[in-house]
Design a protein around this ligand. Sequence first.
Ligand SMILES: [Zn+2]
Length: 236
Amino acid sequence: MSSYKINAIVLGGTNVKEKDRLLRVFSLEQGKLTLSLKGVRQEKSKLKIAKEIFCFGQFICEKGREIDIVTGFDVIDNFSGLTKDIEKYYEGCAILDLLNAVASGANPPLFIEVISALKTLCYENLPKYYIIDKFLLSLIDALGYNFLTEYCSSCQARLTKRYLNLDIGEIVCPSCRNQNCVAISEACYSAMKLLSSSSYEKLSTIKLGGDGEKEAYNILSKDFYYRTGHQVLSII
Ligand SMILES: [Zn+2]
């Protein structure tokens, strides 16, 4: 039987049969996969650690008839801090849920981004919304929309006040807005700009004011829903 190794993060899973679990993972090498963990719900199973959400490591798998079977696992980080803090846990779950919604095949930049996001969430004590806002901005940017433009997408006028046009996912000026537009405050715009331009490692140096990050979360979630039909998990 042929076996292979992948680096992957656990997105979730479903218990099957008496002691097995089907695992949903996102891997660096092959993108999103379902793997089978045999006998993993027994106390003495060596693969026990691999069954939990957020667990990141190297999986050794064997080709199965329909679903490949995990035969070995080396943990790199299970981000256990995320399960000990309810706010971090919700934000982490929302990030993995977004990843699950957008991921399909191999996407190394997305893989690296999600690991950086979870690492920062787990080990730094950043204000709520910073990390999920940055992650959402990156996903929306990858979908081809430019939130951080200085010009109205309709008339090209320089923007002094901004509105998100939910119909088209673009930023427009006061004269071009319609009834399906949401205002973006100055605090929100500057929060989005700062979060987007800083690396995850540098997020701790950012200080935002005026609840811009909270407004950004609401606007970005709404936009993501309009663009993809996927409702972002609430972290409130
Ligand atoms: Zn305009």
